[in-house]
Design a protein around this ligand. Structure first.
Ligand code: C5P
Length: 229
């Protein structure tokens, strides 16, 4: 069995409010997406990387032209969908000729540039013999409040046992493809696997691997990336 990366990067990243999709924002000297691609390309365990972008993507050619060393490690798929779920499903469909049912796929958000080779290796080491697969995640540290429509606390939600899901999320190709085809819209792969009645394993991730979502996340991501290199 081999390990493949699948990176959905077809979002527009509206919440970050930049002039381009957030995965193309420059962070510490290079596009956010390039940090992610270079990390997967540097991971010896990863056989190959598939990247899903929108058909009309105006940025990807330039990004890849700036990183010729990635040419043999990355295949660009131009069939991004209207949602992350659709983009991942479309990517799995497009890579079918190059993977086998039992191969593992690590799905990773382009918007998590702080991923490291060490985290990839940890995820793979913990899940390679697992019957289901799983994901990087972090135990919730804040006290959680459910808010009402007036911006007031409706309830405090006990945080014991709660984790924040990160990516990569790692499942075998055939299982993941079937799960995503069968379920209604989900926001991560694990949710689709859960809907089949299976229980993905939680592997402790890192705060460095946070998802860049809001404008104030950008300086934080830059700080982390500069510290990582
Ligand atoms: O918007 P959000 O941060 O949840 O996006 C998570 C990841 O999913 C990003 O890498 C984004 O590019 C990707 N995505 C996608 N297709 C969409 C929406 C989001 O590939 N239609």
């Amino acid at each position: 069995t081999r390990y493949f990366a699948l990176i959905p990067a077809a979002g527009i990243g509206a919440r970050v409010g930049a002039g381009c999709p957030k995965q193309y924002l420059p962070l510490a000297g290079k596009a956010m997406l390039l940090h992610v691609l270079e990390t997967f390309a540097a991971a010896p365990a990863i056989a190959h990387c598939f990247l899903v972008v929108s058909a009309g993507d105006a940025y990807i050619d330039e990004v890849l032209a700036s990183a010729p060393q990635l040419r043999t490690r990355v295949t660009v798929l131009l069939n991004g969908g209207a949602t992350r779920h659709a983009s991942v499903s479309n990517g799995l469909q497009a890579m079918r000729a190059q993977v086998e049912d039992a191969d593992w796929v690590l799905v990773h958000d382009a918007a998590r540039p702080g991923l490291t080779v060490a985290l990839i290796d940890k995820l793979i080491a913990e899940l390679r013999d697992d019957p289901v697969g799983g994901l990087l995640a972090l135990p919730v540290v804040d006290t959680l409040k459910r808010g009402n429509a007036n911006g007031r606390v409706a309830a405090t939600v006990p945080r014991a046992g709660l984790w924040g899901a990160q990516t990569p999320q790692m499942f075998r190709y055939a299982l993941l493809r079937r799960a995503l085809e069968e379920v209604a819209e989900v926001t991560d792969e694990a949710s689709a696997i859960e809907a089949l009645g299976l229980a993905p394993r939680l592997v402790e991730g890192s705060v460095r691997n946070f998802k860049v979502t809001l404008p104030q996340d950008i300086p934080l991501a830059e700080l982390l990336l500069k510290g990582l290199s």
